[in-house]
Ligand binder design. Structure first.
Ligand code: SF4
Ligand code: SF4
Length: 355
């Protein structure tokens, strides 16, 4: 999935599962067997990778980088990223109604596979892979809710599901939980399995034995930086686990522009022909994408047949009811009908435009 999609989905909704009769201090059951059972259940729910990170404040260097990135306006029009900084810094505030800043507990990080091969057809409009199936917000919440409920029943403690909707630095926590590292392309890369994963978290006061953080980096590779058509990625040659990336500028990113941006495109935007929604170029140029045996996607993320056959004429003829029917439970609705029409007018190849 393209860089912004993991960062920039609106923080709109969440699931909180509470148990009101026990208190935080009442957790005295042994957690190790629980830890194993929980991981097993999460894998049965579809997670390819699961890891535990201690619930504590974000490393100050990482937080400073995030705040600088916002101050430099690299987040474009995504104003909601400017808000809830204290919660981002201290995810304990996601629990207890935001009333208890004390750390302690666990961030359970999970990665769910969506790679479905190379399903694209010549002459048809192209949609980023992550968006060809059902909306991952709905799918993952549905899959995780029974597990979070079970965890609460077992422990009496809150378990909050976050699926790209809460103010939490999810790739940072995925790395802290040991399930992967953050590439220069701003994706979480799962070693040996590639970058095509949706992330989700369960934040809880339950203390679980932490996994070792993933300390890998991109090293000297710059393939995604060179593969980006609009110089949206950093040339920083010295990534480290605490400074894995610094320079992603979503104002230049085709994914951001075709999905999140509202209104006219910037004058210097040069879309690729037929690239209707999103951009996977920095994924496709990554050696971890090209050389990893991608795990099979969850069935819900298999491409929908109609989305593989879209033509400019069809998109330009969409009425609101037809749009709603085509994109029911699809993440593509994020761009809205106006956005899709705008994109389509710009990505029609010249020979068709001039015919
Ligand atoms: S424009 Fe660049 S950074 Fe954005 S998704 Fe495409 S390759 Fe990646
Ligand atoms: S292409 Fe290279 S630099 Fe970019 S994310 Fe992949 S390994 Fe890292």
């Amino acid at each position: 999935m393209a860089p912004f999609t993991r960062i920039f989905i609106r923080e709109a909704s969440h699931v909180i599962i509470r148990h009101t009769t026990m208190t935080r201090s009442s957790l005295s059951i042994p957690v190790s067997p629980l830890s194993g059972r929980l991981k097993r259940q999460l894998r049965e729910a579809g997670a390819y990778a699961v890891g535990y990170a201690p619930l504590r404040e974000v490393d100050p260097t990482v937080m400073d980088n995030y705040i600088s990135w916002i101050a430099e306006d690299r987040h474009g029009g995504l104003a909601y990223l400017e808000h809830n900084t204290e919660i981002r810094r201290n995810p304990a505030l996601l629990l207890d109604g935001g009333n208890d800043p004390r750390t302690g507990g666990t961030i359970i990080s999970m990665a769910f596979p969506y790679y479905s091969g190379n399903p694209y057809r010549p002459g048809k409009l192209k949609i980023a892979r992550y968006a060809l199936g059902d909306d991952y917000h709905e799918v993952l919440r549905r899959r995780l809710t029974p597990v979070a409920r079970w965890l609460t029943e077992e422990t009496g403690l809150e378990a909050r599901i976050c699926v790209d909707t809460a103010p939490i630095l999810e790739r940072y926590w995925a790395r802290e939980a040991g399930i992967g590292f953050i590439g220069r392309n701003h994706q979480l890369i799962v070693p040996g399995a590639g970058p095509c994963f949706f992330l989700a978290e369960i934040v809880t006061r339950v203390e679980l034995p932490p996994d070792d953080p993933c300390r890998l980096t991109c090293g000297d590779c710059l393939a995604c930086v060179k593969g980006c058509p609009s110089n949206a990625l950093s040339h920083d040659r010295k990534p480290s686990p605490d400074r894995p990336h610094t320079g992603f500028d979503c104002r230049r990113c085709h994914s951001y522009l075709t999905i999140e941006h509202r209104g006219d495109f910037p004058d210097d935007f040069k879309p690729r022909p037929l690239a209707l929604y999103g951009c996977d170029l920095c994924l496709e140029s990554c050696p971890h994408f090209r050389n990893s045996p991608h795990p099979a996607p969850l069935p819900e993320f298999m491409p929908r047949e109609p989305l593989l056959n879209l033509t400019p004429d069809y998109i330009l003829s969409l009425t609101p009811p037809a749009y709603n029917l085509l994109l029911r439970h699809s993440p593509i609705k994020r761009a809205k009908l106006d956005g899709l029409l705008r994109n389509c007018r710009r990505v029609i190849p010249d020979p068709i435009k001039n015919a």
